[in-house]
Structure formats: structure tokens, C-alpha cells
Design a protein around this ligand. Sequence first.
Ligand code: PMP
Length: 424
Amino acid sequence: MEQLSQQDISRQLATVEAQYKALAGRKLSLDLTRGKPGSEQLDLCNHLDGILGGDYRSETGLDVRNYGGLDGLPEAKRLFGTVLGVSPENVVIGGNASLSLMYTVIDLALSAGLRGPESAWGNSDEVKFLCPVPGYDRHFAICEYLGIEMIPVPMLDTGPDMDVVEKQVGEDADIKGIWCVPRFSNPTGCVYSDETVERLAKLGSLAGDHFLVMYDNAYAVHSLYDDAPGLANISDYCEQHGTADSVFQFGSTSKITFAGAGVAFLASSTDNLAAFKHHLSFQSIGPDKVNQLRHVKLLQDPEGIAAHMRKHAAILRPRFEAVLATLERELAGTGMGEWLAPRGGYFISFNTRPGLAKEVVRLAAEIGVNLTPAGATFPYGKDPADSNIRLAPSFPSLAEVQETAEAFVVCVKLATLRQQLANS
Ligand code: PMP
């Protein structure tokens, strides 16, 4: 960061204070908090309603309006197996939320045990999980709620720092798992490298029994650009290393069709799926197969999904580019922040100078711009550097995204210049 004299800082600060005051006068009401699809995106799937045209038979002749089929329709397993890169027999189709599937897996491993009561994590005095940071707040919330201690692990451009992960797992048998969002991670947007994916697949042989890689591939098909990096297939590596029991993969159509009214799915080994289905059988007679059939009719096959996702990308790309262009124009080279330009997913991860994230979020809120609370991307809501802010540009209109980005950079500049002045 260039060294400015106190006079320079004061001069720049006066300009930014005036910009901030002008923004305050505009009575903005903008929201960049959560990664929700915008209404234009949701409109892409309105024809889900009525798509069955009165034909409620699955490919096996099953009447999908009735009870049964705890693990989902075969055609849905086939379709969504392609999203996770696994065979249909390794897939279970759930209800509307992959987060519920993740919760159920952790709950099962903790209480009943994946291989019976002896194997339950809850038999240990302490249960710990590795949490790459910054990461997804709802993963961390599951751990906190269930009393699992979270250990942060640095996130690199290639995924979690695997040297740290392997060291921790090797040294502490109470560590029972790790959270991962391998493609277009929430929030950094990085795609795990092939080496990281293979090392994750090998953790099962390094760790004690019943270690789980919670592989949440929520953005598996959510590229913004046709040339976005792909992801190595973890189940192939698991097969190679004999570790299929150590990985649960998850996905959903929440950001493909309707958020909260889509279809969720998971994949794992035969034994894990048997344990999972047994656990599930006490909670449900069966999932919403009507919705599963609707989704299969709408999306059809991997090409259908890819074509559909290109329509999402066309809507999302300008929003991401608006934020990135504004950051680039206003902040590049100033040392006031760092960010990555994601090639897919739903987020832009921004790092302020240490100690300023909370202040930037506060300044933004004061002028009507709601950002994800600072710290949300860290276990227990505590970002030790108070630096990370997650920007989610999908939901507002393009004009609002542009306005928000401009207001955001003013808040970043204001917080940074005030800090510089105080320290000068
Ligand atoms: N995983 C990640 C990484 C997410 O970002 C989200 C949505 N914000 C979810 C899971 C939630 O998925 P679902 O709607 O299927 O529960």
C-alpha cells in the first residue's frame, strides 16, 4: 500500500466523506446478503408447474402421487448422479434441501453411528470438524448446534490447505470430518485442484474409522463462463484408494430450478447409503416424488442441465462483472482490499485490511446497504482478522447491484482512510 502523508489522507478522506454523505441522502435500500436466485432466474423454470400434464407415472410405472420410494425415483438418481459424477445406485434423492441431508448425515454419524452404536462419534468426549475458512455459515451452524468443535483451516486458491488438513487429521483422532464446497466454493469461488480432491479422497485412510468428507457440491454445474475450470471426480479417487465410505457428496437444484422447492440428493458408498436410508426411514415414508418427476421432465439429461445453466449464467454474469469492474476501477492497486474473480458460483469474497470488515458492514448498513454480517464466513461468527466480507450479487437487479457495488467501495475507502489517519 502506498505511503500517504497525513495531509494526503485527510484530503482523500474529505472527498470520500462527502461521497458517503451523498449516498446517505439517497435513502438506499439495497441487499447483498444471501445467495438467493433473482426472480428472472426463477422465471426460467415456471413451466415446472403443470409439466407432467396429468401423467404421474414414473418410468417403472410407479404412481408418484403415492407413498413409497424412500430413496427416490430411478430416473432422478440417474440424472442427478451425473451432477455428482457417480452411478445411480450410489445416489439417494431427498426432499427440497441438501442442507437437511447434510444435517441428517451428521446426526446419524453422531448419534446412531454409521456402523451401529459402537461407531457413533458421540461415544468420544470430544467431536471436532475441520472447517476451511472462509466458508459457508450454515455448515458451521450445524456443527455449533450439535456441539461439534470447529477447527478453522486456511482456504487456498486450490481448496483447503491440505498440508494443514493432513497434519491435523493425523494428530487428532477426535477430528471426525471436514466441510468442503469443492466447485465455486462458498464464498471464495475457488475450484479445488485435482491434487486437493485426491488428497481429500485419501483422508479416509489417514484418519481413524468413520471420518467423513462432507463434500457439498452445491455449485457443481453453476459456471458463469463456458471455460470455467472443472472438478476432478472424487468418487474415482475414492475407488482407487479404497475410501468410498469416507465421502458423502451432496447437491440440489436450489440454484438450478426453484430455491427451496427443488430436489436435493446425496451420494456415498453402498454401506453408508444403507445406514442413511435406515436412519431416514424413521423420519419419512418417502420424499416428494412428484417434484422429482417434474425435475426430470424439465432438465432431462446432462445436456439439458448444461443448456439450462447457461441461461442462469447469462443473467448472473453481468451482475458479477458489475461488482468486479467496480472493485477493479475503484480499489485495484490501492491496497484497500483483495478479492478473487470467480468463474462460477454465487459469491465474491472480499478481504478488507485487517480489522475493518465489521466497520465496512456497519458503514454500509447506515446508508441502507445490507451486507452479510462480517464474521459469518467463520466458525462461531468470528473472523480473527475481521477482514472477510461475502458479497452475493445474484438477487438484486443489475442496476441495484451496480449501485450497491459503488456504495460498497465508498464504505471500504472510508473505513480504510479513517484507520490510516488514526494510525498516521
Ligand atoms: N450448500 C451451499 C454451499 C450453499 O451455498 C447453499 C445455499 N446457499 C446450500 C448448500 C443450500 O442448499 P439447499 O437449498 O439444497 O439446502
